[in-house]
Design a protein around this ligand. Structure first.
Ligand code: TMP
Length: 215
């Protein structure tokens, strides 16, 4: 039974930009499916209406009217919280009700780390009071420099939180958020500087501990 009292299991991957959570989500999904589990792979910002707005804001295509600047940190924090509720109701909870393993690339800890870097963490947490706790959060830990190199190799449009100074602050906030939540939730730190396959093996080990044998 998950914390949401549902038959599925809710697993979240977290880390600074370039930590490799998206690669790990795909690799873990494949490994779980191979073992016979039914898996929903998803992410936040979600593909829903609010998630799409957020993605526009992240690349500077959505801001205040009359080009008066980007959305404020508070507005963005509330959008992430609204997207989370929408994503839970539309995708995550139905999959947990069906007994699936949900692998979610980013969740509440991202808001505590990224929005908590410019807003009081307690306020961000309150705005997310409706977010059910995951069964397991895997924090893929990498050095800011390593993550920055990986991002530049990946290319793509520059995003709001890309600068290394911001990432350094976000990395510190992650550790503060983990300390804050670890009493109530299972959060495991995984060494993301190891080869991809090694990170997957270690993460899979943690996930399998939660799971009954597949039917
Ligand atoms: P992505 O790169 O994993 O697609 O995520 C997009 C960006 O959104 C990434 O820089 C992290 C940021 N983000 C937040 O600031 N707060 C949140 O709650 C989430 C889920 C993501």
């Amino acid at each position: 039974m998950s914390p949401a009292r549902l038959p599925g299991r809710f697993v979240v991957l977290e880390g600074i930009d370039g930590a490799g959570t998206t690669t790990q989500a795909a690799a873990l999904t494949a490994a779980l499916k191979e073992r016979g589990y039914r898996v929903l792979t998803t992410c936040e910002p979600s593909d829903g209406p609010i998630g799409s707005l957020i993605r526009q804001a992240l690349v500077g295509r959505l801001g205040l009217p009359g080009r008066r600047g980007p959305l404020s940190a508070g507005t963005l924090a509330l959008l992430f919280a609204a997207d989370r509720v929408d994503h839970l109701e539309a995708e995550v909870l139905p999959a947990l009700r069906r007994g699936e393993v949900v692998i979610c690339d980013r969740y509440l800890l991202s808001s505590l780390a990224y929005q908590g870097a410019s807003l009081p963490m307690g306020w961000v947490e309150q705005a997310n009071a409706r977010a059910v706790a995951p069964d397991l959060t895997l924090f893929v830990e990498v050095a800011v420099k390593t993550a920055s190199k990986r991002r530049s190799l990946r290319g793509g449009e520059p995003e709001l939180f890309d600068a290394d100074v911001k990432q350094r602050r976000i990395a510190r906030q992650y550790l503060a958020a983990i300390r804050r939540r670890a009493r109530k939730e299972r959060i495991v730190r995984v060494d993301g500087s190891k080869p991809v396959e090694e990170v997957t093996r270690r993460s899979l080990e943690e996930i399998l501990r939660l799971l009954p044998r597949p039917r």
